[in-house]
Design a binder for this molecule. Sequence first.
Ligand code: ADP
Length: 198
Amino acid sequence: MIRVDITSKSFNGTPVLGRVAFEIAPGETLALVGPSGIGKSTLLRILAGIDADFEGSVERPDALAFVFQEPTLLPWRSVLKNLLLPHPDLTQDQARDMLVRVGLAGKDGLFPGQLSLGQQRRLSLARAFAQAPELLIMDEPFVSLDPETAEVMLRLTEGLIADHRPATLFVTHDTREADRLADRTLTLRNHPGGAVID
Ligand code: ADP
């Protein structure tokens, strides 16, 4: 079980989040929505343990993966190396299977700059799922893709979530995306003293 109980989060004395408490059951997918600037990315970073400067507590598994808006690949490493480096226990065969799964068969030796943006996003998805995370965190993973590529990515993500059943929290602005992927939606709304969940 993942338990988030934030009592407050401020940047330089300015409150961003107020009381934000929720749980994610194993295998459950939650969408996180709310207006721009309200604190969605801040909440994801706290959940991931990237930002520990807040009041409250978070219980999370060690096996977590974070998919950012940008693919965050290492440009000077091959596709295969980008997959293997964060996962030292992954064999080359397992990595190649994962590349096949996301539609990047035969691209092992290319560098990220030789991939389209859609292919880079697929690689970052493959990296996230390579070692069956218990917690998957995604920050607008389908934003700024053309509709066809976004649909391919969405279908791929649905399939990977169905196979691996991680607890998932993802940010989206798209209610159709939320309806399709999520079991529940959390909405952040403005409140004096920092955003809260509806
Ligand atoms: P969202 O993801 O909902 O667009 P963010 O979590 O990125 O919102 O930001 C929430 C608020 O916190 C914004 O007002 C933003 O300017 C502020 N903020 C985010 N990160 C920092 C930071 N590192 N330092 C100071 N302020 C920040």
